[in-house]
Write a protein that binds this ligand. Structure first.
Ligand SMILES: [Zn+2]
Length: 456
């Protein structure tokens, strides 16, 4: 065991020194609209990969842009470990979500701007700040300078298509397995529990998206002539969808897994404020809110294909189709869950309607057993960076299937899921933003984590 060569105070000073440069680089990255969704111009992704590569080269890392087939560019930067020291893989992604409805943004999504201590812009949090937290931690140790004292081996891996499903990730990990092999993996793509309260993400729900189509007639018929004796497809699908929940709003599909969450209280008024639920509208489901969000299944109807109301004729419509998204609790299995859902929908077909269920996309839930030296090293780093506040273990209601991909590719590595987001970051939404004060703590915690891991 080597003695950490940097004190908390030294790292605090070093991060404060690096922060203005880190902020400027973050803004530079956030001006590049790299979106991996179909139908977008992909040239900005090339520019954003190149900008990340330039940052890594600036740290003296052996840097390459890697891709599989016509997949989008990932960036890999490597710094060999000092003798006897462990190697840490630092993950983030440089692609961003589309901006959606521009009129809902208060400022240009690709021109970062500070308001009230937050930096607004698409990717300012998710996940360009994740990239910059890695860069900041390395700069704090003088990485790439004459006085380079980075205490661990480092592999920085910045993916270019996370928001569009990480299609090439398994093959990228396989193709670069030796380069990426490491003892600890830090995935900076999640967030903290609250402003001032750090967190390690230890569970994520899985996902199954599917379509259900109902057919009741060979073709549309006159609603006056046939209505009253003929079911219409919209009423039929509405009744079918209604069987997915009970009157409390709990999922009513037998056979989906539910488990319990960490003893955290998520006050209802905070949840209401963060989500914007209208006054008077009730929350659905029963039990603690963290369990409803993290460790129980959830079912949402995302879309229905039906005639538009404008110009709809007086006709009984023959078919309707809905897209359903199911979030799976940790411990559930995506294939079994799809079979369970399919059986439920077929069994509950109202009025003998023909029901066809088809699969869209899925991902398994994940539980990380967050015990052992690497997790202790992370918790003590977080506590020090947040001035004595203990980190909490949180779940995430969303799904990051690629974490399972990392766990499968590197089964012996400790996987730490961290991140820059806070409850007000609005990642994926309009007016995404980064809390700059918290970001400094995230950078500091990561520097302390590297130091602590070196001493294991
Ligand atoms: Zn992300």
């Amino acid at each position: 065991m080597t003695t950490p060569s940097f004190s908390d105070e030294e790292l605090r000073t070093a991060i404060a020194r690096e922060l203005p440069g880190v902020r400027a680089d973050l803004e530079r990255l956030a001006r590049i609209p790299g979106i991996a969704f179909e139908g977008f111009d992909f040239t900005p992704l090339e520019r954003s990969a190149e900008a990340v590569a330039e940052l890594l080269r600036g740290l003296g890392l052996q840097t390459q842009i890697a891709r599989i087939g016509d997949g989008h560019p990932a960036v890999i930067g490597v710094k060999p470990a000092p003798p006897g020291a462990p190697t840490v893989l630092l993950y983030a992604h440089h692609d961003v979500q589309p901006v959606g409805d521009l009129s809902r943004w208060e400022s240009d999504p690709f021109e970062p701007v500070e308001r009230d201590g937050r930096l607004y812009g698409r990717g300012c949090a998710d996940d360009k700040a994740g990239i910059m937290a890695h860069v900041a931690a390395l700069r704090a140790f003088g990485c790439g300078t004459a006085d380079d004292r980075v205490p661990v081996g480092v592999v920085v891996f910045v993916e270019g298509e996370e928001e569009f499903g990480s299609a090439s990730l398994p093959d990228l990990l396989e193709a670069h397995k030796d380069t990426l092999s490491s003892d600890v993996i830090v995935i900076a793509d999640s967030g903290n529990w609250d402003i001032g309260v750090p967190a390690l993400t230890t569970s994520l729900r899985g996902i199954v998206n599917l379509f259900v189509e109902v057919k009741v007639l060979k073709q549309a018929v006159h609603s006056g002539m046939a209505g009253g004796a003929t079911p219409d497809a919209l009423m039929t699908i509405a009744r079918l969808l209604a069987t997915l929940h009970d009157d409390n709003g709990d999922v009513a599909v037998d056979g989906l897994v539910s488990t319990s969450a960490a003893p955290l209280d998520y006050p209802e008024d905070r949840f209401r404020e963060e989500t914007g639920i209208l006054d008077g509208v009730e929350l659905i489901g029963t039990g603690r809110i963290v369990e409803r969000l993290w460790t129980k299944p959830a079912i949402s109807v995302l879309a229905i294909d039906a005639p538009p109301t404008a110009g709809a004729p007086n006709a009984v419509i023959p078919t309707a189709k809905a897209k359903i998204s199911v979030r799976l609790a940790p411990g559930d299995d995506r294939r079994r869950a799809y079979a369970t859902l399919k059986a439920h929908l077929e069994k509950h077909a109202p009025w003998g309607a023909r029901v066809t269920v088809s699969f869209e996309h899925d991902g398994d839930p994940i539980v990380i057993e967050a015990t052992g030296p690497a997790y202790d090293a992370a918790r003590s780093a977080f506590k020090a960076a947040w001035d004595g506040t203990e980190p909490v273990d949180i779940g995430v209601g969303g799904s990051i299937p690629f974490i399972a991909t990392f766990k499968e590719a590197f089964p012996d590595a400790a996987v730490l899921v961290t991140g820059v987001e806070d409850p007000f970051s609005k990642a994926h939404g309009p007016n995404e933003s980064l809390h700059l004060g918290e970001f400094e703590k995230v950078c500091l915690a990561e520097a302390m984590l590297l130091r602590n891991v070196a001493a294991l």
